[in-house]
Design a protein around this ligand. Structure first.
Ligand code: HSE
Length: 436
């Protein structure tokens, strides 16, 4: 059978990776897909660099429309990234009846509903395994492998840059800024590192996971996002003393009242596998009612790990190319006419436990005042210790873990605690998840 022809939009790290993997494993891939997968055109801003890799084998152009408009191209692979022109080009490809493979989490988090609706109307596939956790086949696992389950929650380390920074801060006792510079030098960070360190990149990925886990539309606007830039080395140390590691987690949960969607630094018990995921690695825990807790671990970025996901999508699309559209696996795991409309819970309705650090005057009655306020707010203390003040120092830190509490009660209690004259600085608080 004739090879299926693909057009690459973008030829950066991932594009080059996909090209190399396709060439190197061509035989194996053909045996799996049932026919060859051939790169028939590349559109890229700087044609010279791409030509240096592909030579005369593949036509390289600078105008993406020249690829999208070619009748012989079956699949358009969008690897440009960002919101625009990626969205417009993907919609153009769909309108021309092309299948699309994309690694673009930001575009899908924001415009995914529009893109999937256009693809459904046109009867084409849009595959996006590479958009979440790089080489880990988490989309496939959720959409197909776990399809028997009612998914209860997902908790994942889905941004390698921030995990690398937290790991290095803990292991080497380095401040945040020094480690960020190193992450950028190693090429982990997004073009705009605020997307990594402020949790935005993780929120994009989490919004996609949430949609396919619960059968709801993608809703990035519902995500609560808090990054790691303000995290102090001492909190990482104190958490360790209490038996926890701090990880930037993306968490989405189905509760009795709605869906939680949140990204924030989180204390995780050291004995959990997730707490021991170090460096730029990614890992995703999924709790299904039938299967229990499952864990997916691997590289979340990089040329060939991400290419592994892109090529897997190419094989999937190739296998389904001639199938009737109604037999395609639904883009968001659930049939489009069976999507649920569940409420999204604001962060102040989240129920979780907390770590507090309070800088206080070292004098009688301080702890009694604080615990009274917590008791009034129905917040129960799980563990507590006080740092030994240094010689001559008249202030100290109180470190506390709470049992589960509603965030709005915690907000109110913290406001009252911060008004005490003996509490000398804003209360530091970090959410905690047992992930049992
Ligand atoms: N900047 C991302 C990360 C890369 O650090 O995980 C892949 O999305």
């Amino acid at each position: 059978m004739q090879s299926i022809k693909i057009g690459l939009l973008g030829f950066g790290t991932v594009g080059r990776g996909a090209y190399n993997v396709l060439r190197r494993n061509q035989q194996e891939i053909t045996r799996r897909a049932g026919r060859g997968i051939e790169v028939a055109a590349i559109a890229v801003r700087s044609a010279e660099r791409a030509r240096a890799t592909v030579g005369d084998e593949v036509p390289v152009v600078t105008d993406p429309s020249q690829v999208i408009s070619r009748d012989d191209i079956d699949i358009v692979v969008e690897l440009i990234g960002g919101y625009e022109p990626a969205r417009t080009l993907v919609l153009e490809a769909i309108n021309r009846g092309k299948h699309v493979v994309t690694a673009n989490k930001a575009m899908l988090a924001k415009h995914g509903n529009e893109i999937f609706e256009a693809a459904r109307a046109r009867g084409v596939m849009v595959a996006f395994e590479a958009a979440v956790a790089g080489g880990i086949p988490i989309i496939k696992a959720l959409r197909e492998g776990l399809t028997a389950n009612r998914i209860e929650w997902i908790a994942g380390i889905i941004n390698g840059t921030s995990n690398f920074i937290l790991s290095e801060m803990r292991a080497r006792g380095l401040p945040f800024a020094a480690v960020l510079a190193e992450a950028q030098r190693l090429g982990y960070a997004e073009a705009d590192p605020t997307f990594d360190i402020e949790g935005i990149d993780a929120a994009h990925k989490l919004a996609l996971l949430s949609a396919i886990a619960f059968g709801v539309p993608i809703n990035i606007d519902a995500a609560y996002t808090e990054g790691i830039a303000k995290l102090a080395a001492e909190d990482i140390r104190y958490a360790e003393q209490l038996g926890y590691r701090i990880k930037l987690l993306g968490i989405t949960k189905r509760t009795a009242t709605g869906i939680e969607l949140r990204v924030h630094p989180t204390l995780v018990p050291i004995q959990r596998l997730l707490a021991n995921v170090e460096g730029a690695m990614n890992a995703v825990l999924v709790k299904g009612d039938a299967v229990g807790v499952t864990l997916y671990y691997g590289k979340g970025a990089g040329a060939e790990p991400t290419a592994s996901a892109v090529v897997a999508d190419l094989v999937d699309v190739t296998r389904m190319h001639t199938a009737d559209p109604e037999n395609h696996v639904p883009h968001l795991a659930f049939q489009p006419d069976h999507m649920a409309e569940l409420p999204w819970l604001p962060i102040d309705q989240t129920v979780t436990s907390y770590y507090f650090r309070m800088r206080v005057a070292d004098q009688p009655g301080v702890l009694a005042d604080i615990t009274r306020i917590l008791a009034d707010g129905h917040i129960s203390i799980d563990a507590l210790f006080q740092r030994e003040p240094s010689e001559g120092e008249n202030q100290t830190d109180i470190i506390m873990l709470t049992h589960d509490a509603v965030e709005r009660d915690v907000d109110a209690a913290v406001r009252r605690i911060e008004q005490l004259p003996t509490v000398l600085a804003p209360v530091i608080r970090i959410r905690e998840e047992e992930l049992g």
